[in-house]
Design a protein around this ligand. Structure first.
Ligand SMILES: O=c1[nH]c(=O)c2[nH]c(=O)[nH]c2[nH]1
Length: 294
């Protein structure tokens, strides 16, 4: 009699780099994804007996990603993940769900050209689908959108102790790499439209207020997104405070009224926050499948 038992498990093929080109017309379209597939279900015997009768090979999961890109197309990362989940759960009775995720890289036309593109979007778009039986939970987001404002940011009013050296300021650079994910309350939305709207709100919020701290700015970003998008119940941010320190040029007899900075790469403040719609159900189970804070 063994003293151990199998607990949670999942398996699949990670990081399938699939590029779908639509070339039915002279003006081509493309979607460029990195897709991971993880199955949940009855894989007990595979672990305890070495019986692979239920083990849909990770190689087959990889092939399915590419075949579905052809058969169903890629209309959005989220839609593609739903297609994969439907396929695996309907094809294999013991597959009760899974976790499918994707990153998307954004391309734009070179001078409006029909079939030549350049990597235009600085950020990587993300999507994660958790399927459990009939329930689908979607978390969309992006990371790597770097923003900076040269003024309209300050940091004052914090506690001072024996170790405090930071001077208060009401005029500093605020810069960060935005990582964010938002939890959708439905799978019945235009995912690309929601993505563009959220991205736009986050950027306009960054510019449109005096930031009293990065915490203050993230909260306003979250508040504005949740106010504007009914289908989003919760949004998370993980953002480094990319410090820019005004250089001391006094040894050279020069003044420096916030014109020359040392852009320090580390250490950096790390500011993380989750903002949720008042009254919406909390879903720690959904976030548990997302690496890091968000
Ligand atoms: O926006 C900020 N938030 C902080 O928590 C913090 N701490 C710090 O030293 N500088 C800043 N800036």
């Amino acid at each position: 009699m063994s003293a151990v038992k199998l607990m949670s498990n999942q398996y699949g093929k990670a990081e399938n780099r699939v590029v779908r080109v639509y070339r039915d017309a002279a003006r081509h379209e493309l979607r460029d994804l990195n897709v991971s597939s993880q199955l949940h279900g009855d894989f007990q015997a595979a672990h305890t007996e070495g019986d692979n009768a239920h083990v849909v090979p990770t190689d087959t999961q990889k092939n399915t990603v590419f075949a579905k890109a052809k058969e169903e197309g890629i209309r959005s990362p989220e839609q593609f993940l739903l297609t994969l989940a439907d396929h695996f759960t309907s094809s294999f009775g013991w597959v009760t769900g899974g976790r499918w995720s994707a990153e998307e890289y954004g391309w734009s036309r070179i001078d409006g050209h029909d079939h030549s593109f350049y990597r235009s979007e600085p950020e990587v778009r993300t999507a994660a689908l958790l399927r459990d039986g009939a329930a689908s939970e979607l978390v969309s987001g992006f990371y790597g959108l770097t923003v900076l404002k040269t003024t309209e940011s300050g940091f004052v009013g914090y506690p001072k102790d024996a170790y405090t050296t930071l001077p208060e300021t009401e005029d500093r650079i605020l810069a960060t790499d935005i990582s964010t994910r938002w939890r959708l309350s439905t799978t019945d939305v235009d995912f690309d439209a929601v993505y563009r709207k959220v991205r736009g709100i986050i950027l306009s919020t960054f510019t449109d207020h005096y930031s009293k701290a990065l915490q203050h700015t993230l909260y306003q970003m979250g508040e504005n997104v949740i106010d504007a998008v009914d289908e989003i119940d919760e949004i998370r941010f993980s953002c480094p405070n990319k410090h820019h320190f005004a250089s001391d040029l006094s040894p050279f007899g020069l003044e420096n009224p916030n014109e020359v900075f040392h852009a320090a790469d580390r250490p950096y403040g790390l500011i993380e926050a989750s903002i949720a719609r008042e009254g919406a159900a909390e879903r720690p189970d959904v976030w548990a499948g997302v690496a890091g804070f968000c």
